[in-house]
Design a protein around this ligand. Structure first.
Ligand code: ZN
Length: 510
């Protein structure tokens, strides 16, 4: 295991004092609050990216570039304001991605399994939809003439993105194929259809989920011989073709692979529909880099299209498969997904300015993922604890899950992993309780913010507070009165105080 090693300079108190003083100097500048009006809003949502995942992803990012990792800064770490969000659903202590998406997109807490409907709606009961719809910040932005976009690594009709445009009592009603007959007869609509019918002309849509857009049994363009990827729609509609027809007089493009995407000049594109896989996009570690864009590449194109609107934009970016890696007990997949989302955050930072863009990074919920075991500084994040268990005398990995598919008993005891390849991409870390899918965690998640009024994301708050702040900063949605009193700045005090100063000076001079 060797002795713990760390840079020689860290033995010098001056090193730590200097670093802390530099950090303090930067913090002092934050006393001049950014009260600009936010022209643009970006929400980065790491699905399942709890705080342990953020820390482990930070270490991984550092180790990928040859450092010990702990001291590394993620892009999200550089955001000046951080708060905590309480993630529970109205009917669940440990939430799911649908109810939470309704909270951080529509501003209203809701039941698990439902999207874009209030807690008065009951999961899977079609007749509880009507009258209980709630609208999202994406809709508020569109109503305010901003451009709007959705970029995800999951299906575009998956839980997270769907709360931005759909009102559905069941997150799994991806297309009419997944809906019960009585729900269809009662007039409930599948989520794929709502993507194109609810909010007119969402400017940018990118992710997976192609098969839900095409007629049942229609072969997929990329995998024509694999019937599991065939279209699913029982109503026989071709939603991509319908979209293309509707958009034929616009500068609109449908793309389904990376080459098509990167050949576009965003200056000449106003509407983009990109569907890169039949269901989810690949894990970043398994991505075909010739045919599939990364999250960072999608975000780059999205922002360059959206930013042309002089009224600004709202963009939802989801690192959607952090969650899937954890559910499978595959921490390495999950953490590489988180690192890729962090890369996308960095790219977005280069394409926008904190002067006029409020950027928020958060998660919908955590997972029962942990890492510990008194590991030494710089220990590979996928490695072993330096100690053996003093109970079963066997080694253990730093990363463990509270439950999940990694539970395994060999010869009546915990598996001895000393010869196991626990650093492989698909290794399933040991879990205390056997489950075919690991579960979400119930603790608070971090909310990182930078840009106009980012300081209003402070303290510990309910998750549904987030879109209220973002909308307030951009003067959209239900609370806009502060915007009419003062051109340019959302904060009222500077204007009033400067008027008061002028009056005071005038009075003194008289
Ligand atoms: Zn999940």
């Amino acid at each position: 295991m060797g002795k713990p090693r760390f840079p020689e300079q860290e033995k010098d108190p001056n090193f730590w004092n200097r670093w802390a003083q530099q950090t303090l100097n930067n913090a002092v500048t934050l006393q001049n609050l950014n009260k600009n009006k936010a022209k643009n809003l970006i929400l980065f949502l790491g699905d399942g990216m709890g705080v342990p995942t953020v820390t482990a992803a930070r270490i991984l990012k550092g180790q990928l570039s040859g450092h010990s990792g702990e001291e590394t800064q993620l892009e999200m770490d550089k955001f000046p304001f951080v708060s905590l969000a309480k993630t529970y659903n109205t009917n669940a202590q440990v939430p799911d991605s649908a109810g939470t998406a309704t909270a951080y997109l529509c501003g209203v807490k809701a039941n698990e399994g439902t999207v874009g409907v209030s807690a008065a709606a009951v999961r899977s009961q079609c007749n509880t939809t009507k009258g209980n719809e709630v609208t999202s910040i994406l809709r508020w932005a569109k109503d305010a003439k901003k451009s709007v976009g959705i970029v995800t690594t999951t299906r575009v009709n998956h839980a997270t993105p769907s709360a931005a445009y759909a009102h559905c009592v069941d997150r799994e009603w991806y297309s009419d194929n997944e809906m019960p007959a009585d729900a269809l007869q009662s007039g409930c609509k599948d989520i794929a259809r709502q993507l194109f019918e609810n909010i007119p002309n969402i400017d940018v849509i990118m992710g997976g989920g192609r098969k839900y857009m095409y007629p049942k049994n229609m072969p997929d363009v990329e995998y024509p011989t694999q019937s599991k990827h065939n279209g699913t729609r029982k109503d026989g509609r071709n939603l991509v073709e319908e979209w293309s027809n509707k958009m034929k007089n616009e500068r609109a493009h449908y793309v389904w692979n990376k080459k098509q995407l990167l050949s576009l000049n965003p200056n000449n594109v106003d509407y983009l529909l990109g569907l890169f896989e039949p269901v989810e996009m690949s894990y970043e570690l398994e991505r075909n880099t010739d045919t599939d864009p990364s999250l960072t590449e999608m975000v780059d194109v999205a922002i360059n299209i959206l930013k042309k609107n002089p009224s600004g934009f709202y963009l939802l970016v989801e690192g959607g498969r952090i969650d899937h890696g954890h559910h499978e007990g595959k921490a390495k997949q999950a953490l590489h997904e988180a690192v890729e989302m962090d890369r996308a955050i960095g790219r977005a930072g280069l394409l926008t300015s904190t002067h006029d863009t409020l950027s928020v990074v958060t998660a919908d919920h955590s997972h029962v993922f942990s890492f510990g075991g008194y590991t030494h500084r710089g220990n590979t994040i996928f490695g072993l604890s330096p100690m053996l268990s003093d109970v079963d005398q066997k080694p253990f990995t730093a990363i463990l899950y509270g439950n999940g598919p990694g539970y395994k008993i060999v010869n009546g005891g915990r598996e001895n992993i000393s010869t196991t390849k626990y650093e492989e991409n698909n290794y399933q870390a040991q879990a205390a309780v056997p489950l075919s899918l690991e579960t979400h965690g119930g603790e608070d998640v971090a909310v990182f913010a930078k840009g106009p009024l980012a300081h209003l994301l402070h303290g510990v708050h309910e998750q549904n507070y987030i879109p209220h702040v973002m909308a307030y900063a951009a003067c959209i949605g239900q609370n806009k009165e502060h915007c009419y009193l003062n051109g340019g700045s959302v904060g009222l005090q500077p204007l009033f105080s400067s008027i008061a100063t002028i009056l005071m000076v005038t009075w003194l001079l008289c």
